[in-house]
Ligand binder design. Structure first.
Ligand code: GLA
Length: 359
């Protein structure tokens, strides 16, 4: 865990509640290398945890209400840990309460001090990070250990029920089960995974585009519905089982056909990316990322002109020895760039204040 962030959470706890915490937990954010918008299609994904994340200092309390202080917003929340109501609007409280609701009434009243260093709305999964950190604090408060998959499922349910986003499970699994500095090849159909070390000579950066868009949940949920409609028109439960030839032959309407073309191509790209890592073939990995970006832009339509411009500029700097693409849900957010390690400093300088080094 990031020691500095944990120390900050403890300090905030002492200031807010005039006593020391019983414990402190941490959960990272994540960036996805490849495999976008395929998790809710039972596909394969390749995310990697980042060092930034969320720390929560917590202690059991004698009261009957849970009290939370979010240091980064200067805001508080109190709620009944057994029956946490859904807040009227979606914000950090939704995640804290949603995760408490997932404990099925078994949670005692506690006090929480929360702080994080993930830029919000930049596609690094600050919400999954907050949910998993809260889930860890609650499990510790109850004295139970919870396995990563259960924690991830609770966090996904919280997004569905308390934030209204019909998300897949990639972010929550990457945050709960990922290993720092290593990619994770996750099969979203059965949740089996393996950790994948990238070659030593590769560097990975995330660069914020600065574009954040409202009403993204609506666009996201619509994409998911279009994928489900395509699968059902093909007589399948999910697009994981679809093949390119089937899409060509089937009489799919638009935009469902393009969405399905993206999903089938993207799952294939994850397999190719895994092989490129095994072969330490960075130019090939870069090509796969570029192809992935074009597919998200043209077929899945989740990019943004400013993000496309950023992708082009970064690509020019790193040349065809690496690749760059939009990452996460899209509609703005961040780009991920994979390049030879000796180019990382140069790109970091070009995007000072907006770039986060992952490896
Ligand atoms: C968001 C969702 C994930 C996933 C990505 C797109 O991050 O939370 O479940 O669908 O978008 O790959």
């Amino acid at each position: 865990m990031s020691g500095k962030l944990a120390e900050k959470a403890k300090e905030v706890f002492r200031e807010s509640f005039s006593r020391g915490p019983d414990g402190v937990v941490f959960a990272p954010g994540r960036v996805n290398l490849i495999g976008e918008h395929v998790d809710y299609n039972d596909g394969l994904v390749l995310p990697i945890p980042v060092s930034a994340g969320t720390a929560i200092a917590w202690a059991r309390s004698d009261g009957d209400r849970t009290e939370a202080f979010a240091a980064d917003f200067g805001e508080t929340d109190t709620f009944s840990p057994n029956k946490p109501e859904k807040p009227h609007k979606v914000d950090w409280r939704s995640y804290i309460r949603g995760m408490a609701a997932q404990m099925d009434g078994g949670l005692p009243a506690i006090q929480l001090a929360i702080t994080g260093d993930l830029p919000k709305g930049s596609g690094l999964s600050s919400s999954a990070s907050l949910c998993i950190a809260a889930g860890r604090a609650y499990a510790d408060a109850v004295g139970n250990s919870v396995d990563a998959t259960t924690l991830a499922r609770r966090a996904q349910q919280t997004e569905h029920d308390y934030a209204g986003v019909a998300c897949g499970i990639m972010d929550q699994m990457a945050v709960a089960a990922g290993k720092p500095g290593q990619a994770m090849l996750l099969d979203c159909r059965d949740l089996s995974y393996s950790h994948v070390a990238l070659p030593e000579s590769w560097g990975v950066l995330v660069i914020e585009s600065g574009v954040t868009r409202g009403l993204v949940e609506g666009e996201y949920n619509a994409r998911r519905q279009q994928c489900e409609a395509a699968a059902s028109a093909l007589g399948m439960t999910s697009l994981r089982d679809a093949r390119m030839e089937m899409l060509e032959d089937a009489n799919l309407a638009q935009p469902e056909k393009n969405r399905a073309l993206h999903v089938v191509g993207e799952i294939a790209r994850v397999r190719q990316a895994r092989s490129a890592i095994a072969d330490a073939n960075l130019p090939e990995f870069g090509r796969i990322l570029r192809e992935g970006h074009a597919s998200l832009r043209d077929l899945f339509e989740v990019s943004h002109p400013e993000v496309d411009l950023l992708v082009e500029r970064v690509q020019e700097t790193i040349g065809d020895t690496g690749g760059v693409r939009i990452t996460g849900a899209g509609f703005g957010g961040s780009v991920v760039a994979v390049m030879p390690r000796d180019k990382v400093n140069r790109v970091m300088q070009d995007y000072a204040g907006r770039a986060l080094r992952v490896i």
